[in-house]
Design a binder for this molecule. Structure first.
Ligand code: UT7
Length: 333
Protein backbone atom coordinates (compact mmCIF):
# COMPACT_ATOMS: atom_id res chain seq x y z
CA UNK A 1 0.00 0.00 0.00
CA UNK A 2 1.48 3.29 -1.11
CA UNK A 3 1.12 6.36 1.11
CA UNK A 4 1.12 9.80 -0.40
CA UNK A 5 -0.25 13.28 0.20
CA UNK A 6 -3.99 12.95 0.02
CA UNK A 7 -7.07 14.48 1.55
CA UNK A 8 -8.63 14.33 4.95
CA UNK A 9 -12.42 14.48 5.07
CA UNK A 10 -13.11 16.80 7.97
CA UNK A 11 -16.88 17.01 7.75
CA UNK A 12 -19.89 15.76 5.82
CA UNK A 13 -23.36 17.17 5.24
CA UNK A 14 -26.51 16.16 3.40
CA UNK A 15 -29.82 17.77 2.55
CA UNK A 16 -32.80 16.31 0.72
CA UNK A 17 -36.24 17.77 0.07
CA UNK A 18 -38.94 16.50 2.40
CA UNK A 19 -41.30 15.50 -0.39
CA UNK A 20 -41.09 11.75 -1.11
CA UNK A 21 -42.40 9.92 -4.18
CA UNK A 22 -42.98 6.17 -3.88
CA UNK A 23 -43.15 3.63 -6.69
CA UNK A 24 -46.92 3.57 -6.25
CA UNK A 25 -46.98 7.34 -6.82
CA UNK A 26 -45.24 6.76 -10.18
CA UNK A 27 -47.75 4.05 -11.07
CA UNK A 28 -50.38 6.81 -10.95
CA UNK A 29 -48.66 8.87 -13.67
CA UNK A 30 -47.04 6.27 -15.98
CA UNK A 31 -47.64 2.61 -16.86
CA UNK A 32 -45.42 0.99 -14.23
CA UNK A 33 -45.53 -0.93 -10.94
CA UNK A 34 -43.74 -1.19 -7.62
CA UNK A 35 -42.75 -4.73 -8.59
CA UNK A 36 -41.12 -3.71 -11.91
CA UNK A 37 -39.22 -0.77 -10.43
CA UNK A 38 -38.02 -2.71 -7.37
CA UNK A 39 -36.85 -5.74 -9.36
CA UNK A 40 -35.22 -3.82 -12.23
CA UNK A 41 -33.65 -0.97 -10.28
CA UNK A 42 -33.77 -1.55 -6.51
CA UNK A 43 -35.45 1.83 -6.01
CA UNK A 44 -38.41 2.25 -3.63
CA UNK A 45 -38.62 6.00 -2.98
CA UNK A 46 -36.95 9.26 -4.03
CA UNK A 47 -36.97 12.73 -2.54
CA UNK A 48 -38.33 15.33 -4.95
CA UNK A 49 -38.10 19.11 -4.82
CA UNK A 50 -41.24 20.91 -3.76
CA UNK A 51 -39.85 24.07 -5.34
CA UNK A 52 -36.55 24.35 -3.49
CA UNK A 53 -33.85 25.16 -6.08
CA UNK A 54 -30.61 23.22 -6.59
CA UNK A 55 -28.44 25.85 -4.91
CA UNK A 56 -30.61 25.79 -1.79
CA UNK A 57 -30.22 22.01 -1.40
CA UNK A 58 -26.48 22.45 -1.89
CA UNK A 59 -26.16 25.32 0.58
CA UNK A 60 -28.05 23.41 3.27
CA UNK A 61 -25.77 20.37 2.88
CA UNK A 62 -22.71 22.66 2.87
CA UNK A 63 -23.77 24.32 6.13
CA UNK A 64 -23.96 20.94 7.84
CA UNK A 65 -20.60 19.84 6.42
CA UNK A 66 -18.90 23.04 7.65
CA UNK A 67 -20.44 22.67 11.11
CA UNK A 68 -19.50 18.99 11.20
CA UNK A 69 -15.91 19.88 10.22
CA UNK A 70 -15.73 22.38 13.07
CA UNK A 71 -14.19 25.09 10.90
CA UNK A 72 -15.18 28.68 10.23
CA UNK A 73 -16.85 29.12 6.84
CA UNK A 74 -14.51 32.10 6.23
CA UNK A 75 -11.55 29.70 6.18
CA UNK A 76 -12.78 27.87 3.08
CA UNK A 77 -10.30 28.57 0.29
CA UNK A 78 -12.27 27.10 -2.62
CA UNK A 79 -15.86 26.07 -3.30
CA UNK A 80 -16.26 23.31 -5.88
CA UNK A 81 -19.81 22.46 -6.81
CA UNK A 82 -20.74 19.48 -8.94
CA UNK A 83 -24.05 19.72 -10.73
CA UNK A 84 -25.58 18.89 -14.09
CA UNK A 85 -28.90 20.37 -13.00
CA UNK A 86 -28.12 24.02 -12.15
CA UNK A 87 -30.70 26.74 -11.63
CA UNK A 88 -28.91 29.17 -13.97
CA UNK A 89 -26.32 29.05 -16.76
CA UNK A 90 -24.87 32.03 -14.92
CA UNK A 91 -24.33 32.71 -12.06
CA UNK A 92 -22.83 29.37 -11.21
CA UNK A 93 -24.40 27.24 -8.49
CA UNK A 94 -21.09 27.64 -6.63
CA UNK A 95 -21.54 31.43 -6.49
CA UNK A 96 -25.14 31.07 -5.31
CA UNK A 97 -24.05 28.66 -2.57
CA UNK A 98 -21.24 31.02 -1.59
CA UNK A 99 -23.77 33.86 -1.23
CA UNK A 100 -26.00 31.62 0.87
CA UNK A 101 -23.08 30.71 3.15
CA UNK A 102 -22.34 34.40 3.62
CA UNK A 103 -18.67 34.05 2.75
CA UNK A 104 -17.50 35.97 -0.25
CA UNK A 105 -13.99 36.10 -1.62
CA UNK A 106 -12.73 32.60 -2.29
CA UNK A 107 -12.99 31.16 -5.83
CA UNK A 108 -16.20 29.28 -6.57
CA UNK A 109 -16.40 26.85 -9.47
CA UNK A 110 -19.10 24.64 -11.01
CA UNK A 111 -18.05 21.28 -12.41
CA UNK A 112 -20.29 19.33 -14.74
CA UNK A 113 -19.19 15.72 -15.11
CA UNK A 114 -22.74 14.41 -14.64
CA UNK A 115 -22.92 11.51 -12.16
CA UNK A 116 -19.11 11.19 -11.91
CA UNK A 117 -18.89 14.77 -10.64
CA UNK A 118 -18.09 14.01 -7.01
CA UNK A 119 -15.18 11.72 -7.90
CA UNK A 120 -13.77 14.33 -10.28
CA UNK A 121 -14.22 17.06 -7.65
CA UNK A 122 -12.39 15.18 -4.89
CA UNK A 123 -9.47 14.63 -7.26
CA UNK A 124 -9.53 18.31 -8.29
CA UNK A 125 -9.77 19.46 -4.68
CA UNK A 126 -6.64 17.50 -3.81
CA UNK A 127 -4.73 19.08 -6.67
CA UNK A 128 -5.67 22.56 -5.41
CA UNK A 129 -4.72 21.59 -1.86
CA UNK A 130 -1.32 20.38 -3.08
CA UNK A 131 -0.49 23.40 -5.23
CA UNK A 132 -2.15 26.36 -3.67
CA UNK A 133 -2.26 28.20 -0.43
CA UNK A 134 -5.70 26.81 0.31
CA UNK A 135 -6.41 25.21 3.69
CA UNK A 136 -9.92 23.87 3.15
CA UNK A 137 -11.90 22.97 0.04
CA UNK A 138 -15.67 22.67 0.22
CA UNK A 139 -17.04 20.15 -2.29
CA UNK A 140 -20.80 20.29 -2.76
CA UNK A 141 -22.73 17.89 -4.99
CA UNK A 142 -26.16 19.39 -5.59
CA UNK A 143 -28.69 17.97 -8.02
CA UNK A 144 -32.29 18.47 -8.88
CA UNK A 145 -33.03 15.92 -11.57
CA UNK A 146 -36.76 16.50 -11.23
CA UNK A 147 -36.35 19.69 -13.30
CA UNK A 148 -34.99 17.71 -16.24
CA UNK A 149 -36.94 14.46 -16.06
CA UNK A 150 -39.64 13.75 -18.62
CA UNK A 151 -42.46 12.47 -16.43
CA UNK A 152 -44.13 10.86 -19.42
CA UNK A 153 -41.11 8.59 -20.07
CA UNK A 154 -41.48 5.62 -17.73
CA UNK A 155 -38.02 4.22 -18.46
CA UNK A 156 -36.25 7.30 -17.05
CA UNK A 157 -38.61 9.17 -14.72
CA UNK A 158 -38.77 6.35 -12.15
CA UNK A 159 -34.98 6.43 -11.70
CA UNK A 160 -34.22 9.94 -10.53
CA UNK A 161 -34.46 11.95 -7.32
CA UNK A 162 -33.14 15.21 -5.85
CA UNK A 163 -30.44 15.57 -3.19
CA UNK A 164 -27.31 17.39 -2.13
CA UNK A 165 -24.33 16.29 -0.07
CA UNK A 166 -21.10 18.04 0.83
CA UNK A 167 -17.66 17.41 2.29
CA UNK A 168 -14.94 19.67 3.70
CA UNK A 169 -11.45 18.54 2.71
CA UNK A 170 -7.97 19.44 3.86
CA UNK A 171 -4.55 18.20 2.85
CA UNK A 172 -3.29 15.11 4.65
CA UNK A 173 0.34 13.95 4.55
CA UNK A 174 1.32 10.30 4.49
CA UNK A 175 -2.07 8.83 3.72
CA UNK A 176 -3.70 6.61 1.13
CA UNK A 177 -4.92 8.39 -1.98
CA UNK A 178 -5.32 7.39 -5.59
CA UNK A 179 -7.64 8.29 -8.40
CA UNK A 180 -8.51 7.22 -11.88
CA UNK A 181 -10.59 9.55 -14.05
CA UNK A 182 -11.75 8.94 -17.59
CA UNK A 183 -14.26 9.97 -20.24
CA UNK A 184 -15.57 8.55 -23.47
CA UNK A 185 -17.18 11.30 -25.51
CA UNK A 186 -18.13 8.85 -28.24
CA UNK A 187 -21.03 7.88 -25.96
CA UNK A 188 -22.22 11.50 -25.60
CA UNK A 189 -25.58 10.71 -27.19
CA UNK A 190 -26.53 8.01 -24.71
CA UNK A 191 -27.46 10.39 -21.91
CA UNK A 192 -28.33 13.97 -22.78
CA UNK A 193 -30.28 17.01 -21.73
CA UNK A 194 -30.30 19.90 -24.18
CA UNK A 195 -29.43 23.54 -23.36
CA UNK A 196 -30.31 26.40 -25.76
CA UNK A 197 -30.65 26.41 -29.53
CA UNK A 198 -28.82 29.15 -31.44
CA UNK A 199 -31.18 32.10 -31.66
CA UNK A 200 -29.93 35.49 -32.86
CA UNK A 201 -31.17 38.17 -35.27
CA UNK A 202 -28.27 37.61 -37.70
CA UNK A 203 -28.92 33.95 -38.50
CA UNK A 204 -29.18 33.12 -42.17
CA UNK A 205 -29.68 29.35 -42.02
CA UNK A 206 -33.00 27.75 -41.16
CA UNK A 207 -31.71 24.25 -40.67
CA UNK A 208 -30.28 23.20 -37.34
CA UNK A 209 -26.62 22.21 -37.08
CA UNK A 210 -26.21 18.45 -36.89
CA UNK A 211 -24.81 17.91 -33.42
CA UNK A 212 -24.88 14.14 -33.85
CA UNK A 213 -27.08 13.82 -30.82
CA UNK A 214 -30.53 12.32 -30.41
CA UNK A 215 -33.38 14.81 -30.68
CA UNK A 216 -34.72 15.39 -27.19
CA UNK A 217 -38.14 16.53 -26.09
CA UNK A 218 -37.36 20.15 -25.07
CA UNK A 219 -34.65 20.15 -22.37
CA UNK A 220 -35.74 16.79 -20.95
CA UNK A 221 -33.25 14.10 -20.12
CA UNK A 222 -32.98 11.50 -22.82
CA UNK A 223 -31.33 8.19 -22.05
CA UNK A 224 -30.53 5.01 -23.93
CA UNK A 225 -30.85 2.88 -20.81
CA UNK A 226 -29.45 -0.28 -22.34
CA UNK A 227 -26.30 1.41 -23.68
CA UNK A 228 -25.67 3.21 -20.38
CA UNK A 229 -26.22 -0.06 -18.53
CA UNK A 230 -23.65 -1.88 -20.70
CA UNK A 231 -21.14 0.95 -20.26
CA UNK A 232 -21.71 1.15 -16.48
CA UNK A 233 -21.20 -2.55 -15.78
CA UNK A 234 -17.75 -2.34 -17.43
CA UNK A 235 -16.71 1.17 -16.37
CA UNK A 236 -17.43 0.79 -12.67
CA UNK A 237 -15.27 -2.29 -11.93
CA UNK A 238 -12.58 -1.02 -14.33
CA UNK A 239 -12.29 2.31 -12.52
CA UNK A 240 -12.08 0.61 -9.10
CA UNK A 241 -9.39 -1.76 -10.37
CA UNK A 242 -7.33 1.09 -11.85
CA UNK A 243 -7.57 3.17 -8.65
CA UNK A 244 -6.61 0.11 -6.54
CA UNK A 245 -3.69 -0.63 -8.85
CA UNK A 246 -2.42 2.95 -8.41
CA UNK A 247 -2.74 2.61 -4.62
CA UNK A 248 -1.00 -0.78 -4.55
CA UNK A 249 -4.00 -2.60 -3.05
CA UNK A 250 -6.61 -5.15 -4.17
CA UNK A 251 -10.34 -4.30 -4.33
CA UNK A 252 -10.91 -6.71 -1.47
CA UNK A 253 -8.53 -4.67 0.73
CA UNK A 254 -11.02 -1.79 0.63
CA UNK A 255 -13.26 -1.43 3.67
CA UNK A 256 -16.05 0.11 1.64
CA UNK A 257 -16.88 0.88 -1.98
CA UNK A 258 -19.32 3.73 -2.44
CA UNK A 259 -20.76 3.38 -5.92
CA UNK A 260 -22.94 5.77 -7.89
CA UNK A 261 -26.46 4.68 -6.93
CA UNK A 262 -28.02 4.23 -10.38
CA UNK A 263 -29.31 0.67 -10.44
CA UNK A 264 -28.81 -2.11 -7.89
CA UNK A 265 -28.20 -4.59 -10.72
CA UNK A 266 -25.28 -2.50 -12.02
CA UNK A 267 -23.76 -2.45 -8.52
CA UNK A 268 -24.25 -6.21 -8.06
CA UNK A 269 -22.59 -6.90 -11.41
CA UNK A 270 -19.67 -4.64 -10.48
CA UNK A 271 -19.24 -6.49 -7.16
CA UNK A 272 -19.12 -9.81 -9.04
CA UNK A 273 -16.52 -8.52 -11.52
CA UNK A 274 -14.41 -7.22 -8.65
CA UNK A 275 -14.75 -10.49 -6.70
CA UNK A 276 -15.92 -8.63 -3.62
CA UNK A 277 -19.00 -9.43 -1.52
CA UNK A 278 -21.98 -7.16 -2.09
CA UNK A 279 -21.78 -5.95 1.51
CA UNK A 280 -18.54 -4.18 0.55
CA UNK A 281 -20.84 -1.79 -1.35
CA UNK A 282 -22.49 1.01 0.61
CA UNK A 283 -26.07 1.29 -0.63
CA UNK A 284 -28.95 3.67 -0.15
CA UNK A 285 -30.47 3.53 -3.63
CA UNK A 286 -33.77 2.15 -2.29
CA UNK A 287 -34.46 5.38 -0.40
CA UNK A 288 -33.12 8.03 -2.81
CA UNK A 289 -32.94 6.64 -6.35
CA UNK A 290 -30.38 8.12 -8.70
CA UNK A 291 -29.42 11.65 -7.63
CA UNK A 292 -26.56 12.03 -10.14
CA UNK A 293 -23.39 13.50 -8.63
CA UNK A 294 -25.01 13.74 -5.18
CA UNK A 295 -25.54 9.99 -4.96
CA UNK A 296 -21.99 9.01 -3.90
CA UNK A 297 -21.56 11.60 -1.09
CA UNK A 298 -25.15 10.93 -0.01
CA UNK A 299 -24.42 7.20 0.38
CA UNK A 300 -21.13 8.11 2.11
CA UNK A 301 -23.09 10.27 4.54
CA UNK A 302 -25.46 7.40 5.34
CA UNK A 303 -22.51 5.01 5.68
CA UNK A 304 -20.97 7.26 8.34
CA UNK A 305 -24.29 7.87 10.11
CA UNK A 306 -25.02 4.16 10.38
CA UNK A 307 -21.50 3.32 11.63
CA UNK A 308 -20.78 1.26 8.50
CA UNK A 309 -17.87 3.60 7.66
CA UNK A 310 -15.39 4.44 10.39
CA UNK A 311 -12.34 6.68 10.66
CA UNK A 312 -9.29 4.98 9.15
CA UNK A 313 -11.35 2.97 6.65
CA UNK A 314 -10.06 2.64 3.11
CA UNK A 315 -12.95 3.94 1.04
CA UNK A 316 -13.39 3.96 -2.73
CA UNK A 317 -15.81 6.38 -4.42
CA UNK A 318 -16.74 5.18 -7.90
CA UNK A 319 -18.97 6.86 -10.44
CA UNK A 320 -20.11 6.81 -14.05
CA UNK A 321 -22.53 8.91 -16.00
CA UNK A 322 -23.34 11.27 -18.85
CA UNK A 323 -20.49 12.34 -21.07
CA UNK A 324 -19.81 9.51 -20.82
CA UNK A 325 -17.60 9.97 -17.77
CA UNK A 326 -16.32 7.56 -15.17
CA UNK A 327 -13.80 7.37 -12.39
CA UNK A 328 -12.83 6.18 -8.94
CA UNK A 329 -11.01 7.73 -6.05
CA UNK A 330 -9.58 6.01 -2.96
CA UNK A 331 -9.23 7.86 0.33
CA UNK A 332 -8.54 6.96 3.94
CA UNK A 333 -11.48 8.32 5.94
O1 UT7 B 1 -26.75 8.12 -13.77
C1 UT7 B 1 -27.25 7.82 -15.03
C2 UT7 B 1 -26.95 6.46 -15.33
N1 UT7 B 1 -28.09 5.76 -15.85
C3 UT7 B 1 -28.21 4.46 -15.61
O2 UT7 B 1 -27.43 3.86 -14.93
C4 UT7 B 1 -29.33 3.73 -16.30
C5 UT7 B 1 -28.83 2.40 -16.83
N2 UT7 B 1 -29.93 1.60 -17.36
C6 UT7 B 1 -30.83 0.99 -16.54
O3 UT7 B 1 -30.73 1.09 -15.33
C7 UT7 B 1 -31.86 0.14 -17.17
O4 UT7 B 1 -31.57 -0.03 -18.55
C8 UT7 B 1 -33.31 0.70 -17.02
C9 UT7 B 1 -33.74 0.63 -15.57
C10 UT7 B 1 -33.38 2.13 -17.54
C11 UT7 B 1 -34.27 -0.16 -17.81
O5 UT7 B 1 -34.20 -1.52 -17.33
P1 UT7 B 1 -34.05 -2.73 -18.35
O6 UT7 B 1 -34.04 -3.95 -17.56
O7 UT7 B 1 -32.85 -2.43 -19.21
O8 UT7 B 1 -35.38 -2.63 -19.16
P2 UT7 B 1 -35.56 -2.51 -20.74
O9 UT7 B 1 -35.22 -1.14 -21.20
O10 UT7 B 1 -34.89 -3.68 -21.40
O11 UT7 B 1 -37.11 -2.69 -20.86
C12 UT7 B 1 -37.73 -3.95 -20.60
C13 UT7 B 1 -39.23 -3.75 -20.68
C14 UT7 B 1 -39.67 -2.98 -21.93
O12 UT7 B 1 -40.90 -3.52 -22.35
P3 UT7 B 1 -40.97 -4.56 -23.57
O13 UT7 B 1 -40.39 -3.81 -24.74
O14 UT7 B 1 -40.13 -5.71 -23.16
O15 UT7 B 1 -42.42 -4.84 -23.68
C15 UT7 B 1 -39.88 -1.59 -21.43
O16 UT7 B 1 -40.85 -0.89 -22.18
O17 UT7 B 1 -39.65 -2.97 -19.56
C16 UT7 B 1 -40.44 -1.87 -20.03
N3 UT7 B 1 -40.27 -0.77 -19.10
C17 UT7 B 1 -41.03 -0.65 -18.01
N4 UT7 B 1 -42.05 -1.39 -17.53
C18 UT7 B 1 -42.63 -0.99 -16.40
C19 UT7 B 1 -39.37 0.24 -19.14
N5 UT7 B 1 -39.56 1.04 -18.08
C20 UT7 B 1 -40.58 0.52 -17.37
C21 UT7 B 1 -41.23 0.89 -16.18
N6 UT7 B 1 -42.24 0.10 -15.74
N7 UT7 B 1 -40.87 1.98 -15.47
Amino acid sequence: MEKTTGVKILGVGRYVPELVATNDDYAKIVETSDEWITQRTGIKTRHISDGEPTYYLGAMSAKEAIENAGIAAEDIGLILVTTCTPDYFTPSTACLIQRELGVVGCPAIDLNCACSGFVYAVDMARRYLLCDDIKYVLVVAAEELSKFVDYSDRSTCILFGDAAAAVVLEKSEDTLFSSFLAADGSGAGYLASRAMLTINPFRQTDSEFDMQMPEPNKHYLLQDGKEVYKFATKAMPYAVEKACEAAGIEPDDLDAIIPHQANIRIIETAAKHLHVPIDKMVLNIADYGNTSSASIPNAFYDGIESGRIKHGDKVCFVGFGGGLTYGACIVEY
